[in-house]
Design a protein around this ligand. Structure first.
Ligand SMILES: [Zn+2]
Ligand SMILES: [Zn+2]
Length: 335
């Protein structure tokens, strides 16, 4: 251990440093940390052509630190001198219907939207699918679906529906660098090579009118959390009561250990993942010129990787159990 010295911010040279980026060696004061984080996001946006001037941008806001930080950063870029994100922002929130958990997050989202003057669109599982997550999990057979796999599929669809309702051109989600590399590793560990090709930070699906972008792809989770803290963003820190991460939390711990021993390792892994993903998706296109990432679902017509989409398959399973379990004489039909 070296001695602890109070050093000046390596950027402005005026204020004492507050945070050291071990992977780059910068020691930054709080204000310079915030500014460089916003600048990094601006560079990511322009590198991947994520946003274009004048667009209506939907920001998927759950009420957690990542999504509220993303909203604040995009809002700042909107009002600042840089032009990458100049457009109209709309926050899109999904109410999954988890009593005692979701309400607080939605309150935080609403408070930040009010403060920033950003339009806020909320859609609910109940409104879209006919059941809340609480109900779906109460009804389902444990052997068939895990809460996270089910919720992931429904949430993505709900965001899509909110995006269409809000008439946005593009949806920005708050996946950070850690989310990205964890997902990459998870796909490797599950042997799911095909999915490795789907990890582009900026995607367009010809079966869906809205582009999807991840402007926080190059920001460490730790730095998103610090940005939220310094910016005094109120956010929900409790995790979803249904969350069970299994392997993902082991992957997260492993990557954090690697990063602690070898600062910058996550950045290297991100670059490798992006390269593998882009080569795989290019190879896929070359192999079959007509290959598409998705096909329209045979039931609902929404983009799907197979004949019937995950939402339709899972909705059917949920309603089958609802029929069995509803003892009040209410027979639900499959949607
Ligand atoms: Zn400074
Ligand atoms: Zn479908």
């Amino acid at each position: 251990m070296g001695s602890i010295l109070l050093v000046d911010c390596s950027r402005c040279g005026k204020k004492p440093s507050y945070y050291t980026r071990r992977y780059s060696g910068e020691s930054l004061c709080a204000a310079c940390f915030q500014e460089t984080t916003v600048e990094k996001v601006a560079r990511t946006i322009s590198k991947y052509g994520m946003l274009h001037r004048g667009e209506r941008v939907g920001v998927a806001v759950s009420g957690g630190k990542d999504s509220l930080s993303l909203l604040k950063i995009l809002h700042e870029l909107n009002g600042g001198a840089r032009s990458e994100a100049k457009g109209e922002l709309v926050a899109l929130t999904v109410d999954e219907g988890v009593s005692g958990y979701r309400d607080e997050a939605i309150e935080h989202a609403r408070a930040v939207c009010d403060e920033l003057g950003v339009e806020h669109v909320v859609v609910s599982y109940s409104g879209l699918f006919g059941f809340s997550l609480d109900q779906a999990l109460d009804w389902k057979d444990d052997r068939e679906l895990t809460s996270c796999s089910m919720c992931g599929v429904f949430r993505r669809r709900a965001i899509d529906e909110a995006a269409v309702k809000a008439k946005v051109d593009v949806v920005a989600t708050a996946h950070n660098l850690d989310d990205y590399v964890q997902t990459f590793m998870m796909n490797l560990l599950h042997g799911d090579v095909e999915r490795l090709a789907w990890l582009d930070p900026s995607t367009y699906d010809e079966n869906f009118p809205v582009r999807r972008v991840k402007p926080l792809t190059e920001v460490y989770e730790e730095e998103v959390a610090l940005y939220a803290y310094i910016s005094k963003i109120p956010f929900q820190s409790a995790s979803c009561p249904y969350m069970h991460e299994g392997l993902r939390s082991e992957v997260r711990d492993y990557l954090n250990e690697l990063e602690a021993k070898h600062p910058g390792m996550k950045n290297v892994l991100l670059r490798s993942s992006l390269e593998v993903s882009s080569r795989l998706s290019k190879a896929g296109r070359d192999d079959d010129a007509s290959a598409k990432a998705t096909v329209p679902c045979a039931r609902c017509g929404k983009p799907s990787s197979k004949g019937v989409c995950g939402v339709c398959r899972m909705t059917e399973i949920v309603w089958q159990h609802a029929k069995v379990l509803d003892r009040n004489g209410n027979i639900h039909t499959i949607q």
